[in-house]
Write a protein that binds this ligand. Sequence first.
Ligand SMILES: [Zn+2]
Ligand SMILES: [Zn+2]
Length: 649
Amino acid sequence: MAQISLTFPDGNKRDFPRGVTPAAVAAAIAPSLGKAAISASVDGKHFDLAWPIQADAKIAIHTMKDDAQALELIRHDFAHVMARAVQKLWPDVKVTIGPVVENGWYYDFDRAEPFSPEDLGAIEKEMKAIIAARDPVKTEVWDRARAIAHYVAKDEPFKVELIEAIPGDEPLRMYWHGHWQDLCRGPHLQHTGQLPADAFKLMSVAGAYWRGDHRNKQLQRIYGVAFKNRDDLKAYLTMLEEAAKRDHRKLGREMELFHLQEEAPGMVFWHPNGWTIWRTLEDYMRRRLRSAGYKEIKTPQVVDRVLWERSGHWEAYRENMFIVEVDEEGAKEKRINALKPMNCPCHVQVYNQGLKSYRDLPLRLAEFGSCHRYESSGSMHGLMRVRGFTQDDAHIFATVDQLEQECVGFLALLSSVYRDLGFDKFDIKLSTRPDVRVGSDAVWDKAESALAKAIEKAGYPYQINPGDGAFYGPKLDFKLTDAIGREWQCGTFQADFNLPDRLGAEYVGEDGMKHQPVMLHRAILGSFERFIGILIENYAGKLPFWLAPRQVVVASIVSDADDYVNEIVARLRGLGLRAEADTLNEKINYKVREHSVGKVPVLLAIGMQEVAGRTVSVRRLGETRTETMALDEAVSALAANATPPDLAA
Ligand SMILES: [Zn+2]
Ligand SMILES: [Zn+2]
């Protein structure tokens, strides 16, 4: 019999008969591995234990300890088991597709009546019975005609349509979970008993169109989540609960920060409190940028299409741009403009004014640039995904030789800003040259190694994503981790060899000749809107004192204290604190509750005792006890507390 050679992760090679299955390979290595095996990677492809291997390959055997593979299989098997449970409970329901998604899976069903929450409970129960039965998972390869005939006979029209839409006439793979069969590419686990019966949950039912097309029939999509064990599921559900409590849309209402409305989808109406956060953050960023050697500029919102044609955006990005047409006086045709979707081309216009020499480089131009991009209505989400946003944008014009130093400077600035804003942990991803690109290999070599060296110098770990760079240059992406473990991609640092060329940016070098600068696109927050959303959720609304929109409310207990209340407010405001008086005729407990919902960090309660002693009764957000302090002492402590981190000694 013909032999094939399999190479293991440790580099060892071993011969097996052609057509050997990963199950047999695992058992041949060690009986214990044979038992623990759940799947394999064969030349990087995720393989079912039952699939024959036909040629020499690299192989790695997976067990439940390999999170990525184990979770993929568990979630995928759950999709099948759920569909089987649904058809057991309602045999007339038609099945369609059921892929694995983040944290779980979904399956789309055709059923006249909507699934109710009680139905989900019944399905879960049935799924547990299937798991308890430890039904074997089997697979066979069928030719198309047999598969189509099978599904016609079973009256599963969606499956017939699916098969007919698969191009070519390759045979199809079928899977059985016990008696229940589905058309599926696999791979799968070996029996239903491998599924953790206490680590899954059906989450919701939503409408979904067959094949995602609204002209097609509407189906019902049941979402489920699954993990390796009960603790992981519990942690996930707790995180969801915590995230719901922290939802910036809910807190945005309670703290009176902003609102959105139909007449301006995806564009934020900032209220005084929200705008105060914005301005405080903007002032902070402006100071940081200024001391890092950036120069701030402001460029137009509405720009003629001609510039977008030159920059390439008109061709590549047109469907995301808001178009503004205008009747210019005396002109025969309307002038067509676009609201800028990004600031880069405008920054090159500023750079291009006047001849630049190598002595002008690096030139760091910053703009809190308002941009507009069309996003589909379904993809928008509070402040997190909007159509109108403001970037903390800047472009550095530099020579290739200055790249490393600029990257070092940027990393220092970014890490310090993140730390100041409460994010100590962030990940860096370096994306390198894609197949289709501009610029010479020599320049790419230099740029990639400059970025890598800069990160290494700064002492951060990073991950390389080969081939994931933009066509115009390599880039770094920065993802920060929030208080409940969610990751948010915010910062970016991208080298660009293309735009300076397209828009004619040049400098005169030491050699007296004209050269092209590299353009570095960089942002730390990303957009103010989204970053403020992240801050609100990270802190559950309890922003650091210096960022809180209303820092202190001075509340009277009796109206005779009003004069003293107003005196205190005036004094705090005189020191730059954001203080308000609450002299409404309400009980103090009511005032405490109201301002704690509004997430005011400090409430000073003032009764006649405080008036008499020139003291204040200090109550901090989230604490039930109060502390009596002399007024002078309280005022200076609050003022010290309000100093932004970059200005604190
Ligand atoms: Zn499957
Ligand atoms: Zn840019």
